[in-house]
Design a protein around this ligand. Sequence first.
Ligand code: GLU
Length: 415
Amino acid sequence: MKSYNSFDVTQQQVREAARLLNLDEATIELLVWPQKEFKFTIPVRMDDGSVKIFHAWRIQHNYARGPAKGGIRFHPDETVDTIRALAGWMTWKTAVVDLPLGGGKGGVKCDPKKMSERELEQLARGYVRAVAEHIGIDRDVPAPDVYTNPQTMAWMMDEYETISHHHQPGVLTDKPLQIGGTEGRRDATARGGVTTVREACNILGVDPTKNFAIQGFGNAGQRAALLHEEILGGGKLVAVSDSRGAIFNADGFNPKELVTYKLTTGSVVGFPGSRAISHEEVLEANVEILYPAALENSIDEKNAPRIKAKIVCELSNGPTTPEADLILYKKNIHVIPDILASAGGVTVSYFEMVQDSYSYFWEESVVHHRLDQKLTKAYHRVQEAIREKKVHPRLAAMVVGVARVAEACKLRGWV
Ligand code: GLU
């Protein structure tokens, strides 16, 4: 099986979009590389008394349209190139939904599942001590991502405020509500994705109340399951997977019970009434809608020909390889690409920054309404680009994002 370097993939995507936009070489070179990269080590005294050194990065891909914005991941397979790729995707994501933000990403190579709460807190605080001078509401605004959460953000914000001697909750987003977080942030990624599915179903005439499947049952996957009823009026969740295994039930799972089970046992595996299946079978399940919500490159040229879903809504970053993209396109499967489908999270993060700035907080219904407006508009802008350029949805979304960022770079006189 071919192995992918996500950074190569995203550079390729930018080049393709740039060609369609007739951008000059200097602009392309600027856009395929991060503007700033920080690499550092974080020493943490572990519970057994030993000291462990963790390798970490914060990468600001582009800040022509506003401060860099994007999550921090704690993951054992983290490398500089995964962060570079993800930082770039944040630039295109914020541009596709037309937020006044750039793109960035951070990561620590570690195995959070094997670390205690105290060790994780030390790691989070050490991370902020290393990057404090490079982040801030007007510079670079982190958020949670894979294996980090609002508690991680609370520790990080506290460390930042301790260093800066200022109350500055907007330095990062997706904080707990009690300390400057916003309503509606926890389910925002999934809400944005399911909103785009609603628009797609309307255009394509797909019935959203039939079967759907979710690959990856972390925050985004769980919330998508719960939101189907509210946004789409139903739908039967028949296949689900997480890193430990996959399950199936032709009659559909009760999303609430499944989420509770996952939160108590740590996995969906063994859920009462389910049959164990393989990871591949989730992707290939007989469903109308498939949500990839795990890590990068899960849909590849091997499984793509067997995907039966009519709509693939990418809640995770980079789930589909370039070869798989073309296969899905030829099969007439409607892909809602990651930089659009998963943009709800950063959209509500932006709302959080706005609310933190004037210290006045919106009702949940206001957040939901504004999120819906942003995502619906972005979805239809990408549809327009698909028609204009006659290309697959990912490339069309990239064209929309790259055009906006290139324009900002030009206006600033950078290229
Ligand atoms: N980690 C999320 C993403 O990849 C959210 C980033 C943010 O809110 O800044 O889109």
